[in-house]
Design a binder for this molecule. Structure first.
Ligand SMILES: C[S@@+](CC[C@H](N)C(=O)[O-])C[C@H]1O[C@@H](n2cnc3c(N)ncnc32)[C@H](O)[C@@H]1O
Length: 372
């Protein structure tokens, strides 16, 4: 079998039991959001007894390696779908312009520079993919969103960790509305979403999408296990008009534009329609969806909308700020829906720096993010 090798490649599998113990008590709840009465509550760890029956959605502010090790103590083989949209090894740090009362400032929303060090990048994702596989249920799917910078390497890593025969699809997200200044190459207009399953037996719901124009098609029927043209009593073939078709692996969905009412200002925010397809394809109502690089929380808001349970994680306070705000606004704007919302809690490993951020009321501020 072909294997990818890089400098200092290390398989963390032998250390997982140690890491699980190491992080078993590190995360504490610092906010509980229930029925929109969100309040700062006392810090206390997740109660393992209440993890499953009285489900509460969870947003983690921290490094997803530590969060995954922590979660393995409670949710090993319990997550039904993992979607991740990690940094792509683009060589760029993504910035946002913020207005906080009278203060205007520029921040790095997230880092993707890496100083051309592909080895560290690959090791970072390799470790996490190993941990995510352990968290995934036996009927689960993982969706890894990348582009031309590294998807070819990560596919080999997925073949190694999940097995070549667990490859399901390489979805091409074709965004047709992104400006390109390219002169010496064709405009790059797609991302890759690699899909792998944990076992042969995985959740997969067929999705049908509308056709541009209705199509006249021969009516077919099964005769002794063979598909044949259906005929009327005079022996004539029969037709039907079809207005939809099976969704294939090339998805034409636009990039988010600042003019959209869903736009949060977070750079590289993904389109909610993309996440809607992914979640519908790989889960049913009540299933658990996790996104360990959640950014502005697109996947989590979509899970909320589709009545899935969710777990989110991000290392940046701006991501947690936006995700928290989006979920609260979504719940506020949909208070009359028939299905109740699960309450959600925000957890962190309370370092001195994070404690300072929380204590200044950062998450409840009214920040304005420039739309550019
Ligand atoms: C491409 S963005 C995700 C965008 C998101 N899909 C959306 O629609 O807004 C990648 C995110 O990964 C986060 N990230 C990078 N390294 C991380 C780590 N080790 N742990 C947790 N989050 C991380 C960054 O802070 C950033 O928000």
């Amino acid at each position: 079998m072909v294997r990818l090798v890089w400098k200092n490649k290390t398989d963390i599998t032998p250390n997982i039991e140690f890491l699980k113990k190491e992080y078993s008590n590190n995360f504490n709840r610092f906010e509980h959001v229930s029925n929109l009465n969100h309040s700062q509550t006392q810090l206390f760890p997740i109660n393992p007894e209440s993890k499953y029956d009285k489900w509460r959605n969870k947003l983690f502010y921290g490094d997803n390696l530590e969060v995954s090790c922590y979660l393995l103590n409670f949710l090993e083989k319990k997550i039904d779908l993992i979607y991740i949209d990690p940094p792509f090894f683009s060589g760029v740090n993504y910035r946002m312009k913020i207005k906080d009362n009278d203060l205007n400032y520029d921040i790095i929303a997230y880092h993707d520079h890496w100083d051309k060090d592909i080895d560290s990048y690959l090791q970072m994702l390799y470790e996490r993919i190993i941990l995510f596989k352990k968290l995934l249920s036996n009927t689960g799917l993982i969706f890894i969103h990348l582009d031309w910078h590294a998807s070819h390497y990560i596919k080999l890593i997925l073949d190694e960790v999940f097995g070549q025969n667990r490859f399901i699809n390489n979805i091409t997200w074709h965004y047709y509305n992104k400006y390109s200044a390219a002169k010496k190459n064709l405009p790059r207009a797609h991302d890759d979403i690699l899909v792998y399953s944990k076992s042969k037996n995985y959740t997969f719901n067929e999705i049908r999408i509308p056709r541009k124009k209705p199509k006249k098609q021969l009516k077919r029927k099964m005769v002794n296990g063979v598909l044949k043209n259906a005929k009327d009593e005079n022996g004539h073939v029969m037709y039907r008009i079809v207005t939809d078709k099976k969704m294939d692996d090339v998805w034409k969905i636009p990039c988010m534009q600042p003019a959209s009412k869903e736009w949060t200002g977070f750079p590289t925010q993904k389109h909610h329609d993309l996440l809607e397809r992914i979640i519908q394809l790989g889960t049913n109502e009540g299933d658990i969806v996790a996104d360990f690089f959640c950014g502005s929380g697109t996947s989590l808001v979509t899970a909320e909308k589709l009545n899935r349970k969710w777990i989110g994680c991000d290392i940046s306070e701006y991501s947690i700020y936006l995700t928290r705000k989006r979920i609260i606004n979504f719940q506020k704007n949909n208070q009359n829906r028939s299905k109740p919302f699960f309450p959600f809690d925000i957890y962190t490993d309370l370092t001195h720096e994070r404690n300072k951020i929380i204590k200044t009321g950062f998450f409840k501020k009214e920040l304005i993010i420039e739309r550019k």
